[in-house]
Write a protein that binds this ligand. Structure first.
Ligand SMILES: [Zn+2]
Length: 320
C-alpha cells in the first residue's frame, strides 16, 4: 500500500514528510510494460523520483488543483512529467527521443547542452478561461553553475527561491518503489531568521534545530529509503527528536484522461483534419501517454463530434 506520512518536530519550526509509492508505482510501470513501451531504467528512476517529489510537494502545500512537475531540455529525454491532484492521485510520463546511456543521471538525460529546465506548475481547479496557472521555472544548475545530477537538488533550489523555505529533499526509486523524504524549515514569527536582522537566542536555537534535523536526514541512503518501512526510517534518523506523527495518507495512481477530453481535442483539430485521418486510416486512434488507454473514433463517431449540440436528439450524448 502506498503511504504518505506527515510529521512535526514538537516545539521546533521544522516539519517533515515521508512518501513510499509501492503498488501505485508498480502499476505505472506495469502499464508501460503491457503496452510494450517500457522506459529505459534511468528514465524510470527519474520518473519515480519525480512522482515521489510531486506527491510530497502537493501534500506540503495542499493546493486545490493539479501540481505538475516538468523536466525538459536537450538530451535523449525531451520531457519528463509528474502530475499530482489534491487527493494525491498521481500520473507520470516521459518523451524519450534518443538513446539513454546506462546509469545516465539528470545531466545526461535532459541537460546535455546545459539548456535543461524544471517547471513547477500549479493549475487551480475550475480555472476560468484566460486565467493563467502559476508557473515557476528553475535551471538544472547549482550556485556555481555546475550541472545538477539529482532532481531533488533542483527542487530544493526551487523551494528556497519560491517559498523562501529551506528544504532538504531525498528521493530514490527502483522498479518496486518510489520514495522520498522532505524536511522543511517553517517560517518563524517575527522573521528573525532573515539575514541582517537581530536574532534572539531562542530564535537562533530554533534555527539550529532545522540544521541539525536536515543533517540527520541527509545521512539517509537511497538503499535505506527504498528498503526500510516508514517507522524504521523515522526511528533510525530521529530517535532523539520529539516527533509528532499524523495519520498516514494514501497516494494512488490515477489518470485524468477521458473519451470526452479526447473528443474535445479532436474538435479543436477541426472536422477536415479528423475526416482526413479517417479517410486514410479508417479511424482515429489516440493513446494516452500517461496510462496507455486507447481511444478510437470511427466515421460515425466523427460525425457526432461535429454536430452542434442543438441539433442532437434530447438525452443523447455524442461522446460516450
Ligand atoms: Zn490516461
Amino acid at each position: 500500500m502506498s503511504e504518505l506520512h506527515k510529521f512535526l518536530f514538537d516545539g521546533l519550526p521544522v516539519r517533515g514528510m515521508l512518501v513510499r509509492l509501492t503498488d501505485s508505482w508498480q502499476e505505472v510501470l506495469r502499464r508501460r510494460e503491457t503496452a510494450s513501451d517500457e522506459f529505459p531504467l534511468p528514465v524510470r528512476e527519474l520518473l519515480g523520483e519525480m512522482a515521489a517529489a510531486g506527491v510530497l510537494m502537493q501534500a506540503n502545500i495542499n493546493f486545490n488543483g493539479a501540481l505538475v512537475l516538468q523536466v525538459f531540455g536537450d538530451g535523449p529525454v525531451k520531457l519528463a512529467v509528474a502530475e499530482v491532484q489534491p487527493d494525491l492521485a498521481f500520473r507520470v510520463t516521459a518523451k524519450v527521443v534518443g538513446d539513454v546511456p546506462e546509469g545516465a543521471r539528470l545531466e545526461a538525460q535532459v541537460n546535455v547542452e546545459g539548456k535543461g529546465r524544471c517547471a513547477i506548475t500549479l493549475d487551480p481547479q475550475g480555472r476560468l478561461p484566460g486565467q493563467a496557472p502559476y508557473q515557476g521555472v528553475v535551471s538544472l544548475h547549482g550556485d556555481q553553475r555546475e550541472p545538477l545530477q539529482n532532481v531533488s537538488e533542483v527542487l530544493e533550489h526551487y523551494m528556497l527561491q519560491s517559498e523562501q523555505l529551506d528544504t532538504k529533499l531525498i528521493l530514490a526509486a527502483n522498479d518496486s518503489i518510489a520514495a522520498g523524504l522532505l524536511i522543511q524549515r517553517l517560517p518563524m514569527e517575527g522573521v528573525g531568521n532573515l539575514a541582517g536582522q537581530r536574532q534572539n537566542e531562542d530564535e537562533i536555537g530554533l534555527s539550529e534545530a532545522y540544521n541539525r534535523i536536515s543533517h540527520l536526514a541527509a545521512t539517509l541512503t537511497s538503499e535505506e529509503l527504498l528498503s526500510l518501512d516508514a517507522d524504521t526510517v523515522l526511528r533510525r534518523l530521529f530517535w532523539e527528536e520529539p516527533i509528532v506523527r499524523y495519520e498516514p495518507l494514501q497516494p494512488r495512481f490515477a489518470c485524468t484522461c477521458s473519451r470526452e477530453r479526447v473528443g474535445s481535442m479532436l474538435q479543436s483539430l477541426g472536422q477536415d483534419e479528423v475526416d482526413g485521418i479517417i479517410e486514410e486510416q479508417g479511424k482515429v486512434e489516440i493513446g494516452c501517454d500517461f496510462c496507455g488507454s486507447k481511444y478510437h473514433f470511427d466515421a460515425v463517431d466523427a460525425v457526432e463530434l461535429f454536430i452542434p449540440a442543438r441539433d442532437q436528439p434530447p438525452g443523447s450524448s455524442s461522446l460516450n
